[in-house]
Design a protein around this ligand. Sequence first.
Ligand SMILES: CC(C)(COP(=O)(O)OP(=O)(O)OC[C@H]1O[C@@H](n2cnc3c(N)ncnc32)[C@H](O)[C@@H]1OP(=O)(O)O)[C@@H](O)C(=O)NCCC(=O)NCCS
Length: 193
Amino acid sequence: MHSLWKMIREDLANARDHDPAARGDLENAIVYSGLHAIWAHRVSHWLWCRGVKAPARILSQFTRFLTGIEIHPGAQIGRRFFIDHGMGIVIGETTEIGDGVMLYHGVTLGGQVLTQTKRHPTLGDNVTIGAGAKILGPITIGAGSAVGANAVVTKDVPPDHIAVGIPAKSRPRKPDEKLKLVDPDCYGHGENK
Ligand SMILES: CC(C)(COP(=O)(O)OP(=O)(O)OC[C@H]1O[C@@H](n2cnc3c(N)ncnc32)[C@H](O)[C@@H]1OP(=O)(O)O)[C@@H](O)C(=O)NCCC(=O)NCCS
């Protein structure tokens, strides 16, 4: 129970860090569909891992109905995961997501084949995916990288890179670069302040 409460508080603090529009925790807990989606996913993933698969799928689909965010219960998602705005998000079954990852609305972490293999992306720690971006196939987006809005990424992105365009091209992030709308420090109340 203590660790559940700790996790909820961490998620609420994370929402404050990632959205300059965020206000009080109670209000955020009520209005942020991204928080509702990750909380429901933690329950459905717990069920899925214990073989209770049908209820896990039903919970996942019910959450999709409420939030517009579809996360397959098999997806592995780390701590401090945040979805801003929600709506139109798809996260496939074999997706793996590290800690501190942020997605905007309209992101797809999808597959390109119909076989039951690892077919969805792996996102390293502290990756940010811009609105509408499609990340397709069992590729890796390296830790600390960002994908620009509406990019289509079908190849690995190395750590600390920025990928934009269709098909996406990557370039290294400059060491002191602050990304617009993707770095909590930009808002003046990030965890490094
Ligand atoms: C990709 C991104 C991280 C780049 O940020 P940045 O490094 O500060 O880049 P800049 O704004 O300096 O732009 C550099 C160049 O990339 C281009 N560019 C920026 N974002 C782009 C994108 N998503 N797709 C294609 N080109 C893009 C710019 O036009 C500029 O081109 P130029 O060199 O020919 O002038 C950022 O633009 C982005 O897409 N962030 C996602 C934000 C988001 O989804 N917000 C939703 C809030 S609701």
